[in-house]
Design a protein around this ligand. Structure first.
Ligand code: PLP
Length: 440
């Protein structure tokens, strides 16, 4: 990288700014090259947060010596289930020890197992496919819409076959996937839908909360999520029988009637986790609104900066959870400068963006592992497993991994408007002064 002369910066600036007319004049020496940073050591709000309410709730749960839901009494887990069902508008909720456990509970409750296939995304947390693999079913990976980072319904439809039992769409970054089309596909092919809403608390599609639109919906309360307790999860749903099965599965197969009726691991949430969550209830909507407002502001500023395109949102999206504020980096609009150099230049201006997931799940070694397992060789034909290997190509997911630049948003999007102004200013400054950078 070299610093350009003041004259060439001015020339570059005057050459480019009119083409994107709304940019304010951010010409100046990049901080990476010794200039003044836009933001000076101003950390954004940390996440998760802790306040006295949370500490008191845990102390109270500890002193009660009722640490487990089956001990009865004033029960935080049962209260959490009622409150979370109310929050989402679902009829029922079953709290679990993680989002992965919630998803696996749903797979088992729907009777999905060896020989069955579930279509999901390669661009997600490994917990999504772990839930399918734990039931020894086959996770079939469909490719993405590279602008929204969500499942591409056309590729989903191509991958449906006679063994497909369910779709597991992921609401990536906390924004709705292409739900209108995914739900239409499920109806057309008579498939169940398990929404992976692990990142999508309080997000809405056409007036309904995510997680309540498919047959079952799952959430994570892992530390980074907008509602967090370290590790935790929940299943929500409206079908009485199915949700009763979810309770039974998550309770080592033992039903509310006290009979051991099904195959199930022990996935019960403990009282401390529920206490931490309930202590965050007040302010939940206020924080959600603040994230949505700040996200809207950032998006309005990015429309004039062609090297970063915010996540595409589908029609019907009323509100996102904004767990992550995600953008695609287009190096062709930054003189071919690679993403790592761009992120370094931005970090020097005081703004940290992350590339997030390094590679899609279609590139991880679990595929070799399962193709060599007796249960998969027995339950799926050799021809199916050969085709499966070929299907595990997701070039648009590779593109997303290569272009992603995102803000961990649970805490940072709670910052002030001035902080958002500075984030956008820093991005704009690097863009306007891009001629000071050269490819690594
Ligand atoms: C999209 C998605 N699915 C599933 C999970 C798994 O949830 P957990 O980590 O609570 O098991 C996560 C968690 O990061 C996630 O982001």
């Amino acid at each position: 990288m070299v610093a350009a002369s003041a004259g060439s910066v001015a020339a570059a600036t005057s050459r480019t700014v009119p083409a994107y007319g709304n940019l304010t004049n951010k010409a100046g020496k990049l901080a990476l090259l010794g200039g003044e940073p836009v933001r000076k050591k101003k950390p954004l709000p940390d996440w998760p947060y802790c306040d006295d309410k949370i500490v008191e709730a845990v102390t109270k749960a500890t002193r009660s010596t009722k640490w487990c839901r089956i001990q009865g009494g004033a029960n935080a887990v049962v209260t959490l289930e009622k409150e979370f069902a109310k929050l989402t508008g679902a009829k029922h909720c079953v709290a679990t020890g993680s989002g992965t456990q919630a998803l696996h509970t749903c797979v088992e409750a729907l009777g999905i197992g060896p020989g069955d296939e579930v279509i999901t995304s390669p661009y997600t947390d490994p917990g999504t496919i772990a839930a399918i693999l734990s039931a020894r079913a086959l996770p079939v990976l469909a490719d993405l819409d590279p602008a929204s980072y969500q499942l591409d319904p056309d590729d989903v439809e191509r991958k449906i076959n006679e063994n497909t039992r369910a779709l597991m769409p992921v609401h990536m970054m906390g924004q709705p996937c292409d739900l209108d089309r995914i739900m239409a596909l499920a109806k057309k092919h008579n498939l169940k839908v398990i929404e992976d809403a692990a990142q999508a608390h309080l997000a809405e599609h056409r007036g309904r909360k995510l997680g309540t639109i498919g047959d079952l919906g799952c959430f994570s309360f892992q530390s980074s999520k907008v509602l967090a307790c370290g590790e935790g999860g929940a299943v929500v749903g409206n079908n009485d029988d199915l949700m009763d099965k979810c309770y039974t599965v998550h309770n080592h197969g033992t039903s509310r009637r006290g009979l051991t009726e099904m195959i199930g691991p022990k996935y019960r949430m403990n009282e401390f986790e529920a206490a931490v969550l309930l202590a965050q209830w007040s302010g939940l909507h206020e924080r959600h609104t603040r994230r949505n407002e700040n996200a809207k502001y950032l998006t309005s500023r990015l429309k004039d900066i062609p090297c970063l395109t915010p996540q595409k949102l589908y029609d019907g999206m009323n509100a996102g959870s904004w767990y992550l504020y995600a953008m695609s980096y287009h190096k062709e609009h930054l003189n071919g400068i690679d993403r790592a150099t761009f992120l370094k230049a931005l970090a020097a201006e005081g703004v940290s963006l992350s590339p997030y997931i390094k590679q899609g799940l279609h590139r991880e070694p679990w595929i070799d592992t399962i193709l060599n397992m007796k249960v998969y060789k027995t339950m799926y034909s050799a021809e199916r497993l050969r085709r499966y290997r070929d299907e595990c190509q997701c070039p648009r997911c590779d593109q997303v991994c290569a272009e992603m630049a995102m803000i961990w948003a649970s805490g940072p999007l709670l910052a002030s408007r001035q902080d958002m102004v500075e984030i956008a200013d820093a991005i704009e400054k690097v863009y306007v002064n891009r001629d000071q950078l050269k490819p690594a």
